[in-house]
Ligand binder design. Structure first.
Ligand SMILES: [Zn+2]
Length: 701
C-alpha cells in the first residue's frame, strides 16, 4: 500500500467523497447551460466582444471556452453578473506572456500548498502512524484533522479557481485520449491544473457521501462469522474455538488455507461456500452475524442457542434462536452508497454518474475498454487449460469455490525461521535498513550515484501497522518508508513489506523530484505505483543474497496471477453490472437489488465459469465486501494485475531494473495508455498476462 499524496489519505478513508473532490473533469461545451449560466448569458456575450476587441481575434476560442467554464461554476453567492464581468476583465490572461506567468505562478503555488498540507497531515498523524508509544485521545483528534479540507472552497471563494477555469482548458477523457498523444508536457500540465477545479460539490452533498461511506464501512467491519458455532449435517464442529472470520476476506483466506488440510479441508471449504451463499442471498439468520451465542447449520439454516462457549457472551435464550433472515441490510447499505453518489451527479457534468467518475476520472480508461480486457481474460482459451491442470493437481473435479485455488504457490527453499534469522541479524533497527538502501538499489541495477541520491530522499520510520509508504508533494521533502521492526529486529515478513514500500518510495522520489512539471507529479493511478512496488518485492530474496525462485516457481507464479485475475475479473464484472442496474433502477428496493445481484452473479458465472466448472448458477462472485462499501472499486484489482505484469515483463526484457524504473517513473501523471505506451510500447491490456500464462503452461508440461 502507499500513501502518495495528502488527498490519498482521504481516498483511503472515504473513497467516494474524496474521489468526488479530486481527479475530476468539468462541464463540456455541449452541456446545457445551467440557470446560472443563462443569467450570465448577456455578460458573456458582452465580454466576448469586448475582450476579443482588446486582445485580438486569436484569443476568441479560448476566451469563449474560458467564459463557459467559469460561468458553469458561478453561483449567486459569487456575485452579480456585473461582478462576473469585473472579475473576467481583470482575470483573463489576454496574451501568451501573461498566460505563462499565471501557469508558472499556479504550478509553484500549488506545489507549495499540496506539499505543506501533506507535511502538516504527516505531522498530525505522527504519533498514531508510528510505533512511538501510547496513543492518547488527543492523538486521534490530531490524526482525524484534515488541514486541506476547505482549500477548494477557499479557492472558489477568492476566485483563484475561477481564474484557472477562465484561462485553462477543462478536458474530457475522450479528448485526453484522442489528443493527449500530441500534447506537449505543458499542455498535459495545464489539463491537470484545470482538472483540479472541474467540480464544485456542495458541502452537504460531500457530507452525505462521507456518511454513506462510513455507514457501509462500519456494516462491513462488523460482519464476522464465529466459525466454531457452525454445525455440519452430523452436528459436528469443523472449526476451532474462537475463530472469528470477517466476511469476505477472512472467509476466503480460510478457504484458501484449507487446501492444505487433507483430512477436513473439503468439508470446511463446502461449508464456507454455503455461508457465503447465505450472505449473498441474505437468507443468513440475523442472529448468527458476529454472534458467538448461536449455533448454526448453514445447510439447513437451523439456529440453536450455543451449546458450547468460546467467548464471554452467554448463549441465546431459546426464543431468540430463530432463522429470521438478515432481511437485505446488505443491499440497503449498497443502495445508500448509490443514492449518496447520485447526489454528486448534477455537479459533475462531464462525468455525470459514479460509473463515469470511476472509469473516466479515477482510472482514465474507458469502461468499454476495461470490460473488453476483462472479457479477454475470462473467455481466453487458456482458462480451460489451466482449469484442467488444477483438476489434475487436486485429483477431483472443480467445485465453484476453486475460483480461490491457491496451489500454484510454490514452497520457498528457505523456511520462514531461517529467513527471520538472516533478516534480524542484518537489520536489527530501522536505521540499519535505512543505511543499506543504497546497496539494495545498486543490487536492483541503479547506478551507485543515483542510488545514493534516491536513498537520501527517503526517511525510514518505525510503523505501528504492517508498513506503508508516504510520498512527499514538495520537491526536497522526503518520502517516508514506514516499516515494522520487532523487538529482536526486523523479521522476514517485515523485510518483504519494507522492500515493497521501498518500491513505492523510489517511484515517489523520482516522479516528484526528477520531473519537468510538478503538476504532473506521480503516476496515472494507484495500479502503476503498486506495479513498481511488486517489481521490488518479488526480488526480495535476491536482495538478501539468496537465489531467485527458479523458472518452475516463476511459471507457477504466473499461473497463480492468471487464475487470480480470472477470479477477480468476474467479480469486477458483477460490480460493474450491479452499478449499471442501480442507475437503471434508481427507485429499487433492497429486495429488488438483492434479486438483481443474484441474477447478475449467476449470469456472469454461467457465461464464463460454468463451462469449465461444469456447474451452473453459482452466486459466489457476489460475495466481495468491496461491492458494498467501496463504490465500484473492484475493477482496479484485475487492471492492477495486468499493469503489474506489463511492467514486470518490460523490466525483464530490459534486463536491468534501475534505468528502466527511472525512465518510466519520470513520465508522471499522464493518461494510463499513453504512460504504458511510453513504458512498454503497448497500451494497458491483457496481452502480457496471457502471454505469461501461455509460456508458463508450456514450461510446466
Ligand atoms: Zn503497495
Amino acid at each position: 500500500m502507499s500513501t502518495t499524496r495528502w488527498s490519498a489519505i482521504a481516498v483511503l478513508l472515504i473513497f467516494g467523497a474524496a474521489m468526488a473532490q479530486i481527479d475530476c473533469t468539468g462541464p463540456q461545451q455541449t452541456t446545457q447551460p445551467t440557470s446560472q449560466e443563462s443569467m450570465l448569458k448577456d455578460s458573456m456575450a458582452r465580454l466576448e466582444q469586448e475582450l476579443t476587441g482588446k486582445y485580438g481575434a486569436e484569443v476568441a476560442p479560448r476566451l469563449k471556452r474560458g467564459l463557459q467554464q467559469a460561468a458553469g461554476f458561478w453561483r449567486p453567492e459569487d456575485g452579480t453578473p456585473a461582478d462576473f464581468e469585473t472579475f473576467v476583465r481583470a482575470a483573463f490572461a489576454g496574451n501568451q506572456a501573461t498566460l505563462d506567468q499565471l501557469f508558472e505562478r499556479m504550478e509553484f503555488a500549488l506545489e507549495s500548498v499540496d506539499g505543506h498540507m501533506l507535511e502538516i497531515s504527516r505531522d498530525f498523524r505522527w504519533r498514531s502512524d508510528l510505533d512511538l508509544g501510547t496513543i492518547y485521545p488527543f492523538d486521534e483528534i490530531l490524526a482525524g484533522y484534515d488541514p486541506s479540507a476547505h482549500i477548494d472552497d477557499d479557492f472558489f471563494g477568492n476566485k483563484l479557481a475561477f481564474t484557472v477555469l477562465l484561462n485553462f482548458p477543462l478536458t474530457t477523457l475522450p479528448e485526453r485520449l484522442e489528443q493527449g498523444e500530441k500534447w506537449s508536457r505543458r499542455q498535459w500540465a495545464e489539463a491537470r491544473l484545470a482538472q483540479r477545479y472541474s467540480k464544485r460539490i456542495p458541502a452537504e452533498v460531500n457530507l452525505s457521501l462521507a456518511q454513506a461511506a462510513a455507514d457501509a464501512e462500519r456494516y462491513i467491519a462488523e460482519y464476522n462469522i464465529w466459525m466454531y458455532h457452525l454445525l455440519d449435517e452430523n452436528g459436528s464442529r469443523l472449526f476451532p474455538p474462537k475463530l472469528r472470520l470477517l466476511s469476505h476476506w477472512n472467509l476466503r483466506d480460510e478457504l484458501k488455507a484449507d487446501y492444505a488440510d487433507a483430512a477436513a479441508g473439503q468439508a470446511k471449504q463446502k461449508m464456507i461456500q454455503r455461508v457465503m451463499e447465505r450472505i449473498i442471498d441474505q437468507s443468513i439468520p440475523r442472529v448468527v452475524i458476529n454472534n458467538p451465542a448461536a449455533d448454526w447449520n448453514p445447510y439447513t439454516n437451523e439456529v440453536k442457542p450455543a451449546a458450547v462457549s468460546d467467548s464471554d457472551v452467554p448463549p441465546l435464550k431459546a426464543e431468540e434462536a430463530t432463522a429470521e433472515p438478515e432481511s437485505d441490510v446488505r443491499y440497503a447499505t449498497l443502495l445508500e452508497t448509490f443514492q449518496a453518489s447520485r447526489k454528486v451527479d448534477p455537479y459533475s457534468p462531464t462525468a455525470p454518474t459514479m460509473i463515469a467518475r470511476r472509469f473516466d476520472e479515477n482510472r482514465e480508461i474507458p469502461e468499454a475498454r476495461v470490460q473488453a480486457m476483462l472479457e479477454q481474460v475470462l473467455s481466453s482459451p487458456l482458462v480451460p487449460r489451466v482449469a484442467q491442470l488444477i483438476e489434475k493437481r487436486l485429483g477431483r473435479p472443480l467445485e465453484p469455490y476453486d475460483i480461490w485455488y491457491n496451489g500454484f504457490r510454490s514452497q520457498s527453499a528457505y523456511s520462514e525461521s531461517q529467513l527471520d534469522e538472516m533478516v534480524s541479524k542484518k537489520y536489527p533497527t530501522a536505521d540499519a535498513y535505512k543505511a543499506d538502501i543504497p546497496n539494495l538499489l545498486v543490487k536492483l541495477g541503479f547506478a551507485r550515484e543515483r542510488a545514493e541520491y534516491i536513498a537520501s530522499s527517503i526517511a525510514v520510520d518505525p510503523a505501528r501497522g504492517s508498513g506503508h509508504a508516504m510520498g512527499a508533494a514538495l520537491r526536497g521533502d522526503k518520502a517516508h518508508l514506514r516499516t515494522r521492526i520487532e523487538k529482536g529486529g526486523m523479521n522476514y515478513k517485515g523485510f518483504n513489506v519494507a522492500v515493497h514500500e521501498m518500491g513505492h518510495n523510489v517511484e515517489q522520489v523520482l516522479s516528484l523530484n526528477d520531473i519537468d512539471h510538478t503538476l504532473l507529479q506521480g503516476v496515472p493511478n494507484t495500479a502503476f505505483t503498486e506495479a513498481f512496488a511488486f517489481v521490488f518485492q518479488s526480488r526480495d530474496l535476491e536482495l538478501l543474497g539468496l537465489v531467485r525462485p527458479d523458472a518452475r516457481a516463476r511459471a507457477l507464479q504466473a499461473l497463480d496471477t492468471f487464475w487470480g485475475t480470472f477470479e477477480i475479473g468476474g467479480v469486477a464484472l458483477v460490480d460493474m453490472k450491479t452499478w449499471h442496474w442501480m442507475y437503471d433502477h434508481p427507485e429499487a428496493t433492497p429486495a429488488q437489488l438483492r434479486d438483481a445481484v443474484l441474477e447478475i452473479a449467476k449470469q456472469v458465472w454461467n457465461q464464463y465459469y460454468a463451462p469449465v466448472f461444469k456447474k451452473s448458477g453459482a452466486t459466489l462472485l457476489g460475495v466481495y465486501s468491496h461491492m458494498i462499501d467501496s463504490f465500484l472499486y473492484l475493477p482496479d484489482y484485475p487492471i492492477g494485475y495486468m499493469i503489474a505484469i506489463q511492467i514486470e515483463q518490460q523490466m525483464e526484457k530490459a534486463g536491468k531494473i534501475g534505468p528502466e524504473f527511472e525512465r518510466m517513473a519520470k513520465q508522471g501523471n499522464i493518461a494510463p495508455d499513453l504512460w504504458m505506451r511510453g513504458a512498454t510500447g503497448r497500451p494497458v491490456g491483457a496481452e502480457a498476462l496471457l502471454e505469461a500464462a501461455e509460456k508458463a503452461l508450456t514450461e510446466l508440461q
